[in-house]
Design a protein around this ligand. Structure first.
Ligand code: NAD
Length: 478
């Protein structure tokens, strides 16, 4: 708990929203379910349309003063936020496990990553650039804030997704309205309360809906940019509704990431890494490995290794110390993944798991499927759950073609002893991030974004910061 009494009081304030610097009860309430029990964990505030509009108006009113602060003043406030947040990692992680289901060590990693990301943003600058200088004058490029930013996030990593958006938005001089996913609003509300103790009123507002008010943000004429993370289907709606006012959009969307295992790969060494890459957070990671292509000479061995390892995974409540994999985050996703299981059973061979676990909450066995045809749902669509299809290839060019045969393009991995050859294959994969012999290495200074229908624009790093600004060219004569 923080030493700051105001924060302690606010943190116990039944998870109210933050609008114009005030802790604001919702026009309605929302029950948040603990996915490990299927029971209500907490009841929080839920906005109506007028409250979302109030939050936008507050952000708009706060913009002139906030954007006029110096870069260093804003940097100092962000640094204060991260300093306080860093002392409360355990509290945030425990709440995250309870609302999202992820094992506590993974939640702690999420919070530590968020600290690193906040700190990285807090030390960035966007100095004036001179593009041309001559006797005839000079041309410079300055970066101005956009105005009010709407940050809309998904339920799998609420704090990670928030700190990819809020720090660069605020540092650049924008104000913000944050809307988390309705099944995991609590950590975001708590973070909003923490920031509210440090920021001027209206600079950061947090509202909660029940998947029914996102359009109010994306259509509103006073919102200049939408920074969105979620599914490709919703991302398309966001883009369409932003078109009318030509809003800036950053879209971080779904993925169906292939892993290509080269013929020379050491299967026993890499199988644990591939399984971890597929089942991290019960497969609910945009960049999780979602299809594995293995050369025919190693196919049976890889299937056997993955199945053996999957059967050893301890599934349970994320707060239980022995748990390695938690539940699916919400009932809708649980039902969807069960449909994938049925399709996999009908079209392929299940070699580990294959069932929902008969207990309260939304648990699915870690599942490995082999011998699926390329047209199976599990190969074509994003499963976002703990089921991994293993597919056979004969010719590497065919594997590359099949890996690229998707409208998604978020991430990909290539695994092999000959790093040069594996890297050549990596260059041919149509994705935003491609790893060779590693996975999910995402340093805060490196930009990240999707190719094809996995996204638009980038987050993180200097490029991610620039996305919250408008470049202005000033062409000065003598
Ligand atoms: P979702 O698209 O259902 O919801 C995402 C957010 O959009 C939520 O806050 C939701 O309330 C809001 N929303 C719903 N309808 C809206 C509308 N019409 N206008 C504006 N906002 C609206 O996604 P989800 O199920 O919460 O998340 C899972 C998806 O997110 C997966 O596809 C996953 O791959 C993707 N994801 C991508 C990344 C990335 O960085 N690329 C990261 C995490 C998750």
């Amino acid at each position: 708990m923080s030493a700051n009494p105001k924060v302690v009081e606010a943190a116990t304030h039944k998870f109210d929203m933050v609008i114009n610097g005030k802790l604001t009860p919702g026009a309605a309430t929302l029950d948040v379910i603990n996915p490990a029990t299927g029971k209500v964990l907490m009841t929080c505030a839920r906005a109506n349309q007028a409250q979302v509009e109030e939050a936008i108006a507050a952000a708009k009113a706060a913009f002139p003063a906030w954007s006029k602060k110096t870069w260093d003043e804003r940097r100092q406030l962000l640094t204060k936020i991260v300093d306080v947040f860093a002392t409360r990692i355990d509290e945030f992680a425990k709440l995250s496990t309870q609302e999202s289901g992820k094992p506590l060590p993974l939640a702690i990693r999420e919070m530590k990553g968020a600290v690193a990301s906040l700190r990285n943003y807090a030390q960035l600058d966007l100095p004036v650039e001179t593009l041309k200088a001559s006797e005839a004058g000079r041309i410079i490029k300055v970066r101005a804030p956009l105005g009010v930013v709407a940050a809309i996030t998904a339920w799998n990593y609420p704090i990670t997704l928030l700190v990819n958006k809020m720090p660069p938005a605020l540092l650049a001089g924008n104000t913000i309205v944050v809307k988390p996913a309705p099944t995991t609003p609590l950590t975001t509300l708590l973070f909003g309360v923490l920031c509210n103790e440090i920021l001027p009123p209206g600079v950061m507002n947090v509202v909660v809906d029940n998947n029914d008010l996102g359009h109010v943000l994306t259509q509103h004429p006073d919102v200049a940019k939408v920074a969105f993370t979620g599914s490709t289907a919703t991302g398309k709606k966001v883009m369409a509704s932003a078109a009318d006012t030509v809003k800036r959009v950053t879209l971080e969307l779904g993925g169906n990431d292939p892993a290509i295992v080269m013929q020379d790969a050491d299967v026993e060494r890499i199988a644990p890494k591939i399984l971890q890459g597929a089942l991290v957070n019960a497969g609910q990671v945009c960049l999780a490995i979602k299809r594995v292509y293995v050369h025919e000479s190693q196919y049976d061995l890889m299937c056997d290794e993955l199945a053996k390892l999957a059967k050893q995974i301890v599934v349970g409540d994320g707060l239980d110390k022995t748990t390695q994999m938690g539940p699916l985050q919400n009932k809708m996703q649980f039902e969807k993944v069960k449909e994938f299981l049925e399709d996999a059973k009908a079209n392929g061979k299940i070699i580990a798991g294959g069932n929902a676990i008969q207990r309260d909450g939304y648990f699915i066995e870690p599942t490995v499927v082999r011998d699926l045809p390329d047209h199976a749902r599990l190969v074509r669509e994003e499963q976002f759950g703990p089921i991994i299809p293993v597919l056979k290839y004969t010719d590497i060019n065919d594997a590359i073609k099949r890996a690229n045969d998707t409208s998604y393009g978020l991430g990909a991995t290539v695994w092999g002893k000959n790093v040069e050859r594996a890297s050549e294959v990596a260059m041919q994969l149509e994705a935003g991030t491609i790893w060779v012999n590693k996975h999910l290495d995402l340093p805060p200074e490196v930009p990240f974004g999707g190719a094809k229908q996995s996204g638009l624009g980038v987050e993180k790093g200097l490029k991610g910061l620039e996305e919250f600004t408008q470049a202005r060219i000033i062409n000065i004569g003598v």
